[in-house]
Design a protein around this ligand. Sequence first.
Ligand code: GCB
Length: 601
Amino acid sequence: MKLIKTILIVFVIISNTPLTAQETGFSDLLQNIDSREKIELNGMWDIIVDPLENGYYNHRLQVKDDGYFKNAKMESPSDLIEYNFDTSLQLMVPGDWNTQMDKLYYYEGTVWYKKDFNYTIDSNELAFLYFEAVNYESIVYLNGERIGSHVGGYTPFQFDVTDKLKEGTNFVVVKVDNKRKKENVPTVNQDWWNYGGITRSVHLVKTPISHIADYSIQLPKGNTKTIEGWVSVKNGKDGDAVNVSIPELKKNVDAVVKNGLAKFSIKAKPVLWEPKNPKTYEVILKTATDKITDHIGFRTIETKGSKILLNGKDIFLKGISIHEEAPFKTGRVVSKEECKILLQWAKELGCNFIRLAHYPHSEAMVREAEKMGFIIWSEIPVYWTIQFENKDTYANAKNQLTEMISRDKNRASVVLWSMANETPEGEARLSFIENLAKQARELDNTRLITAALDTQGYGDDGNLIEDPLGKVVDVIGINNYCGWYAGSTESCSKLKWASAYNKPMIMSEVGGGALYGLHGEKNERWTEEYQAEVYRTNIEMMRNIDFLAGLSPWILMDFRSSRRPLRRIQDDFNRKGLISEQGMKKQAFFILRDYYLNENN
Ligand code: GCB
């Protein structure tokens, strides 16, 4: 009895101990930079295309100490400097290089980017160079000095450059390299365009010296009456106060910093965020030196048997998959307006759910989706056959996962973290993804874990879901192309599904290709009629799956892919969009819309 009591006391002490900044599992990546004062470094950057990496290596392939990052200038007419940013070409940031310059359309390699900016030193502030995303590998230099590097094309990263900035003019150089490599995540093979460049915005973010770096504010799992969270404070000290207020709920609490972190818990009954009422609250965080404002929604997400429960109620996810491909102009999405066009089309389709495939999309996309009431599936590019046995590959995937969760952990719309897409069964792959899932749950135990599994085998009676990964995830995603890659369209309506797991299943991909405006018989590939038939028969199939909790067919809009060369049909586009890249709706759009508007309400 005494022993049990002691164990209980120890347990209570441990569970009440605040997490330290390290224990949150996140780095000090600044949360919600839009709430900060910043200098925008977007616009035209000078660039040098460097396929042989001449600006980095000498002819013995040793790293140079006077590479292009020095931004050297001729001082006398006899000087030999074989590059000059001042007379070079330019590219727009944010943006991919492939769609900005004809000669870079298929280019995969290194491009050097340079930008000048002015800075006025203020000894009371810190300055962070913050990149929303650079695809794929970047090495960053400030005023000719290397300040750091980053791997991974779709997540944010930052460097504290306070001590490196000069009064007046400064210059930043970024070596961007999007060469595909076997050991990378994604690997050499992918069905989307490997857009290179500084594809998202760059900012110089200013903060007070003691500042709020990060925070997490959520309802705990299954509890709609307590708002819980932590605020991590950099350069503060134990005992500092953090004030958390939610004016609309008339809540105002003080928390105390210990080991860099202030934990709090607020009894409250917020109106819950849901697709039909995407309610968010203004949340204000204050310390003696800093203040941050965010808009946060509160909701719970759980599963029960084969159901997904949002705020304790069964919800059917009527979704669509989206690539971060810009409508009309094509290329990477670069603006909020482009996000809104895509999301508005998803609204017209009757969706309440979006799968943001196959990598983390921009923060703007996630925030706009949240405002419009979309439930989000967010994923990392662990795609097809990556090197599951390679420790560096794992570290890379884990880092991308951590950066994704770090950035979006306060978004009520995000309910599913997806670990992988169509990975081949095997032991190394299973433990790779198991470990990722463990990491995701340690970082965030309020959301659900999923993965899109490859088409499950066809038996005589139908498909049985038995991939061992089913054990690891909370929600099973299935990509299945009945009527396109396998089986005739007629066979789909009769296809039966069974599952070895009592878990919800989302049909995370289903569909077929059509060129907008091409018409013919419903058995003629690439016609709108064929694609419409694929949707009709697959919808019938889905009506018969009693453990189906939602779907996100492939895909909202045609997107560029170098796997798709068929001339006059594909022309480098995957044509499985319900809408062409020029915004024209194909017949299948209306088939899916009718299903969403008339069923499962
Ligand atoms: C898939 C992949 C997706 C492809 C799609 C297709 O299964 O997950 O990335 O684009 O099929 O169109 O083949």
